[in-house]
Design a protein around this ligand. Structure first.
Ligand code: ADP
Ligand code: MG
Ligand code: MG
Length: 258
């Protein structure tokens, strides 16, 4: 079992253009174990993406107070690739294109980066696993011979991101708005992929604006983030409540100026 702990996390974001910094996260606490799926909901601009970017270690996000522990070890000072090797995965809102690298090459390299030199995945095993996962995601094999994300449609990028997730098998996947821009068919496929990962060795933090996704990927725990803090935590029914009542009620309840 793996554990991810966010403890009293304060984060400042640097705006490169304006050369200014601003505190976005103002004391976030969150603990999750593998075997669990957590969802974070909240209004736009409240710091949800900042949280996932900070857990993954993207530059521009500066931890000014608090800590992030993976299996008890602080990861705050680790570069992104080291965090990935230790089992974290961030699904990007806008997955990048990588020129000159095919999807399959990228996947094998990413898998092998997490394995010791003397235990790299064999081509046979890789292809077998790839084939299985392409089937689950209803993706054509030709997608894997194309350059990573180059000319992919929005839906193809999302499916591909879930393919990466299924191949790399991280301990924790941070999935930020994987539902944005998906039609209902693509949403079902993407959800099927994530659900196929469920098990004792996998945990996920699903960030979403809308409750709709959570009908397909039913979370064990739902957190509401407002104004850079988690203001409420509950089970899957909390998401349904929010969908009905919006965030306004919570604003009043917690006297939030956000
Ligand atoms: P959410 O994901 O909840 O919509 P974000 O974490 O994206 O919220 O943004 C929270 C605040 O931090 C916003 O005011 C946003 O403009 C700011 N912010 C986030 N990332 C950056 C960045 N890389 N550069 C400048 N400002 C940022
Ligand atoms: Mg945003
Ligand atoms: Mg966001």
């Amino acid at each position: 079992m793996a554990k991810l702990e966010v403890i009293d996390l304060h984060v400042e974001v640097t705006d490169e253009e304006k050369q200014t910094s601003k505190e976005i996260l103002k004391g976030v606490d969150l603990t999750m174990n593998t075997g669990e799926i957590h969802a974070i909901m909240g209004p736009n601009g409240t710091g949800k993406s900042t949280l996932s970017e900070t857990i993954m270690g993207r530059s521009a996000y500066h931890v000014t107070q608090g800590d992030i522990l993976l299996n008890g070890e602080s990861i705050v000072e680790m570069p992104v690739d080291e965090r990935a090797r230790k089992g974290l995965f961030l699904g990007m809102q806008y997955p990048a294109e990588i020129q000159g690298v095919t999807n399959a090459e990228f996947l094998r390299a990413a898998i092998n980066a997490r394995r010791p030199e003397d235990n790299q995945i064999s081509v046979m095993d890789f292809l077998k696993e790839l084939d299985k996962n392409l089937g689950i995601l209803d993706m054509s094999e030709s997608m894997t011979e194309r350059y990573l994300n180059e000319g992919f449609s929005g839906g193809e990028k999302k499916r591909n991101e879930i393919l990466q997730l299924m191949m790399i098998k991280p301990s924790f996947a941070l999935l930020d708005e994987i539902d944005s821009g998906l039609d209902i068919d693509a949403l079902q496929v993407v959800s099927k992929g994530v659900n196929s990962m469920r098990g004792d060795n996998f945990g996920s933090l699903i960030i979403t604006h809308y409750q709709r996704l959570l009908n397909y990927i039913v979370p064990d725990v739902v957190h509401v983030m407002m104004g850079g803090r988690i203001v409420k935590t509950g089970d899957a029914s909390l998401a349904k409540e929010l969908e009905k009542e919006g965030y306004a009620g919570l604003r009043d309840e917690y006297d939030l100026d956000v």
